[in-house]
Design a protein around this ligand. Structure first.
Ligand code: IMP
Ligand code: MG
Length: 187
């Protein structure tokens, strides 16, 4: 069988500039998982994955949290297919399970303007969650429009559009095993 054309491989795409490599990501995710396990000892937190971007992060993170946990998924739309937020948050796929009495850890790929996570955290509190904390892999503080309390953060990054490890541009690049800056979105 033919091999993948090296010119067309995605991971070596010349339009990508690696910002956080695989090893650095994995090491930090392990630390975050251990910290969460310590903080929630004796509890059974519910990890809520914000689809689709957080799926890669949560699947690595949860395997580093050595206490009983459950998980659920929610999907929101706020960005459409491009690079800029419309500022509107809409739940497009809701949770399967009720939140009353649960300790929620909201797991997100990136905190940018803060609109998504502040909306979701308030929404979950209103549904009767006992506690709501945020775990985000990336934090882009330069673009914040509303203040958000972050309990667990992987990396603070500059105001650049990044892809990989779950993060996409127009649904592409989620499969990269690292975080990269997308140099030219038009390519
Ligand atoms: P916020 O409501 O502005 O904080 O938006 C967070 C969401 O915007 C994330 O879940 C991502 O889907 C998306 N987003 C923000 N910055 C980036 C980026 O640099 N690359 C890819 N998606 C991003
Ligand atoms: Mg997202």
């Amino acid at each position: 069988m033919s091999q993948v054309d090296p010119v067309n491989t995605e991971f070596a795409n010349p339009n990508l500039e690696i910002l956080i490599d695989t090893e650095t990501l994995q090491a930090r995710v392990r630390e975050m998982g251990a910290e969460i396990a310590r903080d929630y000892e004796g509890k059974r937190p519910e990890l809520i994955c914000v689809l689709k971007g957080a799926i890669v992060f949560i699947s690595d993170l949860m395997r580093c949290i050595d206490i009983p946990v459950t998980m659920d998924f929610i999907a929101v739309s706020s960005y459409g297919k491009g690079m800029n937020t419309t500022g509107e948050v809409k739940i497009v796929k809701d949770l399967d399970e009720p939140l009353e009495g649960r300790h929620i850890i909201l797991v997100e790929d990136i905190l940018d303007t803060g609109l998504t996570l502040s909306y979701l955290a308030n929404n979950f509190r209103a549904r009767g969650a006992t506690s709501v904390k945020i775990a985000t892999l990336l934090n882009k503080p330069d673009r914040r429009k509303t203040s958000v309390d972050v309990a667990y953060q992987g990396f603070e990054i500059p105001d650049r559009f990044v892809v990989g490890y779950g993060l996409d541009f127009a649904e592409r690049y989620r499969n990269l095993p690292f975080i990269a800056i997308l140099k030219d979105p038009d390519v």
